[in-house]
Design a protein around this ligand. Structure first.
Ligand SMILES: *[C@@H]1O[C@H](CO)[C@@H](O)[C@H](O)[C@H]1NC(C)=O
Ligand SMILES: CC(=O)N[C@H]1CO[C@H](CO)[C@@H](O)[C@@H]1O
Length: 289
């Protein structure tokens, strides 16, 4: 992942506080309590857990705990579900098809970012997501020294870590601020704490930055293209999410292998969840941000 610095530091999306919301929560909680009573802890997994059960999660990430995967044991189902609680709109916005598609898109992007797969890998290349937790042989420490708002801490490296491979001081800083840790002094936390790792990925997914919408907005139909976006072919779909994540390096290129790998994961996950992939899968004809 690489991304331009944000202008502001939007923390988590502010939740509605009106009465209707509270009533809805009360009704939902009552319903959830009934479900929990019937199914034990199942009700605690929330709307995302209802779409991706622990069993399904294990079947998507077949090899994440293999001995060859450096992230063995790191990306647990429990930490994924716990992280979603910090972002209650994730996988919980719109109808069931929309919700499943958003979850599939998120899991596909983090799978590409952490994949240990190759063309002829056992169970296919798209069964190897969440194999890595840290960038292998980073080319630099990803410090943008011109960024005065998020100054690099001496000796620290802001290379890719966690499910979305968050990188650069200008992402570690605001992610940490939003999530309650010092991302500039303690970037290692993203590779050492599973909960923090998943939270950084969801923070990236849910937070609009600069001129970019959030990946969440794109996947749930809350994206309104500007005139410049329209001229750049930046229309909603999985391809636009790829553009947000790493468009500077991968978009506006015909048949890019990295883009195709992201799509491959997305197709598989949509199929498993029983939803159509939707329009605009690639970003070959989109200009990057
Ligand atoms: C937008 O997409 C069309 C058709 O896919 C393509 O011909 C055109 O060059 C694209 N425009 C830009 C700015 O990439
Ligand atoms: C205890 C532990 O897992 N420490 C690791 C924290 O992350 C750094 C790199 O980001 C590793 O080198 C440590 O081993």
């Amino acid at each position: 992942m690489s991304s331009k610095p944000p202008i502001s530091t939007p923390a988590m999306a502010p939740q509605a506080r009106d009465l209707r919301f509270l009533i809805a929560v009360a009704v939902f909680s009552a319903a959830a309590a009934v479900v929990s009573a019937r199914h034990g802890a199942a009700g605690q997994c929330g709307p995302v857990g209802a779409i991706v059960t622990e069993e399904l999660y294990s079947s998507l990430f077949l090899h994440k705990d293999d001995a060859v995967c450096p992230a063995k044991g790191f990306y647990t189902y429990a930490s994924f579900i716990r992280a979603t609680r910090k972002f209650p709109k994730f996988g919980a916005t719109g109808d069931l098809v929309t919700r499943k598609r958003e979850v599939a898109a998120f899991l596909a992007q983090i799978s590409h970012e952490t994949t240990g797969g190759w063309a002829t890998a056992p169970d296919g290349p798209y069964s190897w997501g969440l194999c890595y937790k840290e960038e292998i042989s980073p080319q630099s420490n990803y410090c943008d020294a011109t960024d005065k708002q998020w100054p690099c801490y001496p000796g620290k490296s802001y290379h890719g870590r966690g499910p979305i491979q968050i990188s650069w001081n200008f992402n570690y800083g605001p992610a940490g601020q939003a999530l309650g840790f010092d991302g500039l002094r303690n970037p290692e936390l993203v590779a050492n704490c599973s909960d923090t790792a998943f939270q950084t990925a969801l923070w990236f997914w849910m937070t609009p930055r600069e001129t970019k919408p959030s990946c969440h907005q794109v996947m749930v139909g809350e994206y309104c293209p500007s005139r410049a976006d329209a001229a750049a072919n930046r229309t909603a779909g999985f391809g636009l999410v790829t553009n947000i994540v790493n468009g500077g390096l991968e978009c506006n290129i015909a048949d890019d292998a990295r883009v195709n790998n992201r799509i491959g994961f997305y197709r598989r996950y949509c199929q498993v969840l029983g939803v159509d992939v939707g329009p605009n899968l690639d970003c070959a004809h989109q200009l990057p941000y």
